[in-house]
Design a protein around this ligand. Sequence first.
Ligand code: NAD
Ligand code: UGA
Length: 463
Amino acid sequence: MKVTKICCIGAGYVGGPTMAIIAQKCPQIQVTVVDLNAERIAAWNDEDVNNIPIYEPGLSEIVKEARGRNLFFSTEVDAAIDAADMIFISVNTPTKTYGKGKGMAADLKYIELCARQIARVSKSNKIVVEKSTLPVRTAEAIKSILDNTGNGVKFQILSNPEFLAEGTAVQDLLQPDRILIGGDTTEEGQKAIQALVEVYANWVPENKILTTNVWSSELSKLTANAFLAQRISSINAMSELCEKTGADVNEVARAIGMDSRIGPKFLKASVGFGGSCFQKDILNLVYIAKSYGLHEVADYWEQVIIMNDHQKRRFSGNIVKTLYNTVSDKKIAFLGWAFKKDTNDTRESAAIYVADDLINENATLAIYDPKVSHKKVLADLDYLETRATSVNAERVQSFGNPYQACEGAHAVAVLTEWDEFVTYDWQKIYEAMQKPAFVFDGRNILDKTSLEKIGFVYQAIGS
Ligand code: NAD
Ligand code: UGA
């Protein structure tokens, strides 16, 4: 079967970029991305392509090329489902905030709503592709909903998890390490797999397209994120030990990373991993393990989260301790709010939790992030519900310029590894700050020797 029309439900960080690349690489396929969020769709359709809702290097150029040709963004979900022969589900799967599994399990209500809508609207056979990250065996639930529509339409369900990282999404999509497609072992299942393989084969070498059964594919996604996050928690655990022993975590990371069995990537000690997925996916894995009675497995993975929370608290605690055990009414400048560089995404950013701790200590915060608005900063803090909105607004200011943010500050904390931070005029920043002037480098990106030469008291994670 040749796919000619694709619908993607969910125009977020995954749906938008993924479909933009498919549209760019497959001009013969019409790709329509739909979302309930009219504001988001309007932004994807903004005449000025720089206003698309997601900042990713290289993305706006691709959207510009394909939009209106074979890439469309729309709020008309039913029409797009009806017209498509392949439907990607790329909606959010956050951690449940209520009921059984609260705080651990993935909330699948948006997935179920999609399945019901597809079941209701479809008048012809379709391939439904799980693009969202889902608990292993979710395809079973989707299948059960789709098979009970009573209107004779046949569905094939594939799992095709996404491995892109934010900030490098375009590159990751153009040159993926692998594409994973899980499907039924039946003849129809294999045909559906082949239809999706052919879409990717437009730009991905076939030896990088891996096909498995559905459950392996679903579980591989959770496993990949768990392994990646585990490496960060492992090096962060070592960073604390380095601080006590005179070892330097960057040197340790380099030394172990040269072992080809370990490899150099994902060994950067930091204030803690953020982002919408690592924590949610590991919690989900822990929940699944517990639900099968596998308590040792659950405890093993939970420790990755415990270590990450500890690292964030340790960073804020260290700021307070170093500033003579009080930050009350002291101004702390934050360089960075996004959870990593080259994205405007702030979900679960370590900066939010460090800020929350410091506001609890009555500090005032001055934030500068090249891509994050003040509105977003306040919304992130308000979401925690630690204190009244008015207190957050009083305690936190944002600046459009790093030098203004650091003016009169007692300390600078680096929370995101934006490249531009390294190139600042640190002499100028030093002169504008209170003395002694402290830098807490949560990303280990600044040069200790030159900052100390200027006069800063410099502290990095793990040294
Ligand atoms: P997101 O919140 O940015 O986007 C999801 C979109 O789905 C939202 O715009 C929402 O309005 C829309 N939506 C929800 N229910 C809908 C419905 N019934 N009909 C139409 N639209 C609906 O989320 P995201 O970051 O793109 O993540 C989506 C999935 O991909 C998650 O499962 C996530 O774990 C996974 N994932 C994310 C990343 C990442 O880097 N963000 C990477 C790999 C996998
Ligand atoms: C991560 C995975 O890398 C993707 O493969 C996956 O598709 C995605 O999650 C997902 O499922 O959502 P992402 O969260 O976008 O991607 O970004 P990462 O580069 O993995 O960084 C995550 C966090 O870890 C960031 O806060 C980053 O600063 C931190 N990190 C990363 C470190 O602290 N040290 C490192 O060595 C690497």
